[in-house]
Design a protein around this ligand. Structure first.
Ligand code: NI
Length: 138
């Protein structure tokens, strides 16, 4: 069991109300868990900024009928194969595909992969979810 350290937090009324609203919106049951997640979120941002190994998920939506788009996306993924742990492709409907690419590596490389994929002509939607390997979060 990790050691628990307790501390009091003083907030201005307005900030406190915003925090309570955030808790409700995000479904937190108690303040401690909400504060823990805010701290972890900040630590993950720092992992990305400091160049430590990170995990990331690239989500793409595209029309597979677009000429050469699929082979272009595949070429890019082969180029960055050392970063890619797993991919999943879902046929959303007759035209649209959703692809999820799970990555692990240095932040600049993961971001470069995500940018290359996202900026490929014909990609309707692309998002990089900046996650973490979890190692630096205790
Ligand atoms: Ni498909």
């Amino acid at each position: 069991m990790p050691q628990i350290k307790r501390f009091g937090v003083s907030l201005e009324k307005e900030l406190s109300e915003k925090f309570e609203a955030l808790m409700v919106r995000k479904g937190y049951k108690n303040r401690s868990e909400a504060i823990r997640d805010l701290i972890r979120g900040d630590l993950v941002k720092k992992e990305w900024a400091r160049g430590r190994e990170v995990a990331g998920v690239v989500t793409l939506v595209y029309d597979h009928h677009k000429r050469e788009l699929v082979s272009h996306l595949t070429d890019i993924q082969h180029e960055f194969h050392h970063l890619i742990i797993s991919t999943q492709h879902i046929h959303l409907d007759h035209d649209n595909c959703l692809e999820v690419i799970i990555t692990k590596g240095k932040p600049d490389k993961v971001q470069a992969l995500a940018e290359r994929l996202r900026s490929t002509k014909g990609v309707k939607y692309g998002l990089l979810n900046m996650a973490t390997t979890g190692k630096g979060l205790g």
